[in-house]
Ligand binder design. Structure first.
Ligand code: GLP
Length: 243
């Protein structure tokens, strides 16, 4: 695990955008795993700016987003699909057919999850997975609990996670869906390279447990310790409890 600490969230986002732009220049058909949440917004802003200046070329890149709310799909307000459209997709030259998303509106949820796993395999697997960190230690929507699910699945969201997502639903936690579809722990850990971006003091305790703690289903992100190609990008606030 390589850990890098930046002065501000903006600097961390800037460094990751530069890293991504080098990765795509080297491998134009990169398969990229993407997160949502507040943390990656400065990153997407940087990528949008690079895209506008044609300093990054997404034309052959394939993307897979980590997760989606159950009941939400393309065009739905509050969907992660809409979030990505607003913050990244409409600003860069990704081909719509290369953008992959879980459809939270699918009738047969199990078939939808299997479809997603197959699509990832067909794309050759994820080359580079970018992750955010839930304040309770979740990655994607792999929530803390007695067990973790290996593959893409439908999950019940914990109260803190629904509260953290209320910002995307007019600040009203009652509007946040109770379930979501998410890549599983193994789906994520099979990415060839993982970059975790975590910023702000609200993540500091969790970052310390993820980096120095035991592997435990109570902190799903702790399982990232087994990955050989993991970079953790932090700002000072998120790094404050690291030894
Ligand atoms: C959400 C997403 C995660 C994200 C996390 C952190 O629930 N499912 O993929 O990493 O929460 O969100 P934020 O960056 O807003 O703190």
């Amino acid at each position: 695990m390589r850990i890098k600490v930046y002065d501000t969230p903006q600097r961390a986002a800037h460094a990751l955008a530069a890293y991504l732009s080098r990765a795509i220049a080297r491998t134009p058909d990169l398969v990229l795993g993407l997160p949502t949440g507040r943390t990656p917004i400065p990153l997407y802003r940087e990528l949008a700016a690079l895209g506008k200046r044609r300093d990054i070329d997404f034309s052959r890149v394939t993307t897979f987003n980590l997760d989606e709310f159950r009941g939400k799909g393309d065009g739905d307000q509050g969907s992660y699909r809409a979030f990505m459209q607003e913050h990244l997709f409409r600003h860069v030259n990704l081909m719509p057919r290369n953008v992959h998303f879980l459809n939270g509106r699918a009738e047969d949820i199990r078939a939808e999850c299997e479809r997603y796993e197959r699509a990832i395999v067909r794309a050759g697997g994820i080359d580079l997975q970018i992750l955010g960190l839930g304040a309770n230690g979740h990655i994607g929507f792999n929530e803390p609990g007695r067990r973790l699910i290996a593959r893409t699945h439908c999950t019940r969201l914990t109260a803190p996670t629904r509260a953290a997502n209320a910002a995307f639903f007019d600040g009203d936690v009652r509007k946040v869906p109770r379930q979501a579809l998410s890549m599983g722990m193994v789906t994520i850990l099979h990415a060839r390279r993982i970059v975790m971006l975590a910023t702000g003091s609200g993540k500091a305790r969790c970052v310390a447990r993820m980096v120095n703690g035991p592997l435990t289903t109570e902190v799903p992100a702790s399982f990232l310790q087994v990955h050989r190609q993991l970079d953790v990008l932090l700002d000072r606030a998120a790094a404050k409890y690291l030894r």
